[in-house]
Design a protein around this ligand. Sequence first.
Ligand code: SF4
Ligand code: SF4
Length: 111
Amino acid sequence: MATLAPRFDCLTCGACCKNPDENVAEGYLWYLEVKGTDLLKKPDLKKKFVVYDESGVPHLRLDPSGRCAALVGKLGDRVRCTIYQLRPKGCRMLEAGEPRCIQARKERGID
Ligand code: SF4
Ligand code: SF4
């Protein structure tokens, strides 16, 4: 989830907080890597929102539907990142309105 842009209100979207269909099709169940954040220094939050892949690389924990466990609310309606200040670099880098955003919204039927 990124910043607000006039046409793209992240708080009524959340599409990029779910594992993209392409990843799922390829069997890639690890979505965003946890880096560029102090999240790993917070034991409670780490336990709740971080999982390690077979190589020991930390990723955001996904729920069974592929949504980031830190996201609350309903996609395309009203959502909120519960670790917004500690979200990984990958979340902060994604700009509302960029191609990956447009693709994520399309996949989730938003717009
Ligand atoms: S897909 Fe785009 S509009 Fe939706 S939450 Fe992500 S950055 Fe924001
Ligand atoms: S950490 Fe927050 S912004 Fe990043 S994918 Fe999860 S809910 Fe979305």
